[in-house]
Design a protein around this ligand. Structure first.
Ligand code: F6P
Length: 367
């Protein structure tokens, strides 16, 4: 195999475990006698080199990745505004429009004499990786996202840490809910899938969980609160995924889609809190966990799969593979075509065991 120079990019929202993946890649590559490079801020290090006076593509050696396995974030930086297939570009008339800059990117790989790329990211980043593979670049993808919405892998790294932290927060909010006899509504991220809300809600014994996959009727949620009230339980814990929406209604946004940027979800927590306060006459408070779910140290589970994914991605390149994503398929890590992994979003199946468990435990979904 003639590989000598490989690059790493981290794209989309940061997730706990990114640095562990980077470290595993660098170690596995250096042990093979390869040189490793990191592209700054997604692909911006190549697409806008003028922003990087110290280099948009940096050399990564054993020293660069020492002591980073347990750190959140990414030492390379990331962005969710720099999709090279629809890159925000200012036209001569001053208007901003989206431009396909994949050829500029391929030219940049040539300039830096990069033989292959490991793209660490969610569905957007892996769709970009798929296109670059189709254009001839040797690429392996690594599935990252706290949302766990990527198909063809049992789990993405970052998800376990997000669920663990959300569970801890909900546990803590029980104290105030109980002491003040309040309804506490906790809004969690997760984009268009309810995985974080479901797993954290069940683990932290929520009374109702609102997820995008099951449109809710707020009257039913209020009924659940009042049933508890009658049975002497004067507080309720409601977990709402950011994309949860009422039956027949739409979801809430904090920002609409703009050029080069996806829409920003959020606001359902406050909406549900106000409606429940009105319907039940009880005091209600909302806590939005937001980006706290993306920060902090990865759990040992996330560290381990991140290290396994990183090492497996280098083995894939070594075996001459391209256009594949590493995927957790216990007990092993497998390779699946990027095309399959990015074809559909993995949402929560309504008949999955965790939903059945929640229903058996008496947790309401508002349906
Ligand atoms: O995909 C990860 C995620 O944290 C989603 O859960 C959330 O909707 C989105 O990113 C938030 O993005 P931003 O960092 O742009 O606010």
């Amino acid at each position: 195999m003639g590989l000598k120079r490989i690059a790493i990019t981290t794209g989309g929202g940061d997730a706990p475990g990114l640095n562990a993946v980077i470290r595993a890649i660098v170690l596995a590559a250096v042990h093979r006698g390869w040189q490793c490079f990191g592209i700054r801020d997604g692909y911006d290090g190549i697409l806008v080199p003028e922003h990087y006076p110290h280099g948009g593509v940096i050399s990564l050696d054993l020293n660069s990745v020492r002591g980073i396995t347990h750190l959140g974030g990414t030492i390379l930086g990331t962005t969710n505004k720099g999709n090279p297939l629809s890159y925000p570009t200012v036209a001569e008339n001053g208007e901003i429009h989206e431009k396909d800059r994949s050829d500029d990117l391929l030219a940049g790989f040539k300039t830096h004499r990069l033989d292959a790329l490991i793209a660490i990211g969610g569905d957007g980043s892996l769709a970009i990786a798929h296109t670059l593979h189709q254009k001839g670049m040797q690429i392996v993808g690594v599935p990252k996202t706290i949302d766990n919405d990527l198909d063809k892998t049992v789990i993405t790294f970052g998800f376990d840490t997000a669920v663990d932290f959300a569970t801890d927060c909900i546990d803590r909010l029980h104290t105030t809910a109980d002491s003040h006899q309040r309804i506490m509504v906790i809004e969690v991220m997760g984009r268009y899938a309810g995985w974080i809300a479901l797993n954290a809600g069940v683990s932290a014994t929520a009374d109702a969980i609102l997820i995008p996959e099951i449109p809710y009727d707020i009257e039913k949620v209020a009924e659940k609160v009042m049933q508890r009230e009658k049975s002497g339980r004067h507080f309720s814990i409601i977990v709402a995924a950011e994309r949860a929406c009422p039956k027949g209604g739409g979801y809430t946004l904090t920002e609409c889609k703009t050029v080069g940027r996806v829409e920003r979800l959020g606001g359902v927590g406050h909406k549900v809190t106000n409606e429940l306060a009105n319907l039940t006459g009880k005091e209600a408070r909302c806590v939005v966990l937001g980006h706290l779910l993306r920060g902090g140290r990865p759990t040992s589970f996330d560290r381990l799969i991140s290290l396994r994914f990183g090492a497996a991605s280098v083995r894939a390149l070594d075996q001459g593979r391209s256009g594949v994503m590493v995927a957790l398929d216990p007990p092993t890590v497998n390779y699946v075509p990027l095309e399959l992994a990015t074809r559909r979003m993995k949402t929560v199946p309504l008949d999955c065991d965790t939903i059945l468990t929640a229903r058996d435990l008496g947790i309401a979904f508002g349906d």
